[in-house]
Write a protein that binds this ligand. Structure first.
Ligand code: UDP
Length: 239
């Protein structure tokens, strides 16, 4: 018999750049397909899945005179970029046979639903994958903060931050060959050791609400499934 899942409801944060593949820009169809397949595996186990997608592969908030775009305008452009990624994810999920809803923090009724907490929860209960788009709907935030906010709102058991690295390291593994990965670390230790996991707003929101974070490598095939099965994958951060 297959193993029961460790989590009932997860919130998976994917960065926009992850969707871009090696080029760092645009959307790579092979990555979309791979992520959709990985997510389907955990959905089929009975896990409820919500996704927050970033926008960095298309546009990231910029400021300063050289860009010619002010901070707030740039942030809204960044939020719109996440909607494009969300729609691409939705198509890829549907191609794998999953039912999906995109819920946007900025109303765009012709292409997706507006974010309404109770409706999001209802979709999850019906085993639809809910993709949260347009960040928090507010400038000066990030999609990591969106992940922390939405995860708390929908009462997810954990925030899974899917990245290109295997977890949180003692130092940058690209620069320091002696760096080792933490399997478990507390929020306090992350602050004290000045490790980077998420931006501070996102991080504090998780800590204050006792919401664990797992940083793991989304590009390692099967890692999401193994996480859902309760294996020690990546780095677990708890209070
Ligand atoms: N953004 C914002 N408010 C939010 C979420 C995102 O203003 O609640 C903007 C911000 O400019 C950010 C951009 O959208 O740089 C894209 O999001 P993010 O950088 O978090 O994407 P990722 O790095 O995950 O691809």
């Amino acid at each position: 018999m297959s193993q029961p899942p460790k989590y009932k409801r997860i919130l998976l944060k994917l960065s926009g750049e992850a969707l871009a593949g090696p080029s760092g820009y645009n959307i790579d169809p092979a990555i979309l397909e791979q992520y959709a397949k990985e997510i389907k595996q955990v959905l089929d186990m009975g896990v409820e899945v919500a996704v927050v997608i970033g926008g960095g592969n298309i546009f990231r908030g910029v400021s300063g005179e050289r860009s010619g775009i002010d901070r707030v305008q740039g942030d809204y452009m960044g939020m719109l970029a996440t909607v494009i990624n969300a729609m691409a994810l939705q198509s890829a999920f549907e191609r794998q046979g999953m039912y999906t809803r995109v819920m946007s923090a900025i109303k765009m009724e012709q292409i997706c639903e507006p974010y309404v907490r109770r409706r999001a929860i209802r979709h999850l209960e019906k085993n639809r994958v809910v993709i949260f788009a347009a960040g928090t709907g507010n400038p000066y935030f990030t999609t990591d903060s969106t992940a922390a906010l939405r995860a708390n709102e929908i009462e997810a058991d954990v925030v899974l931050k899917g990245t290109k690295v295997d977890g949180v390291y003692t130092a940058d593994p690209m620069k320091d060959k002696t760096a080792t990965r933490y399997t478990h670390i507390t929020f306090q230790d992350v602050y004290e050791k000045k490790l980077s996991v998420m931006d501070l707003t996102a991080f504090t929101l998780c800590q204050e609400n006792n919401l664990p974070i797992i940083v793991f490598n989304m590009n390692e095939q099967g890692s999401l499934l193994r996480l859902a099965q309760g294996e020690d994958v990546g780095t677990l951060i708890t209070v």
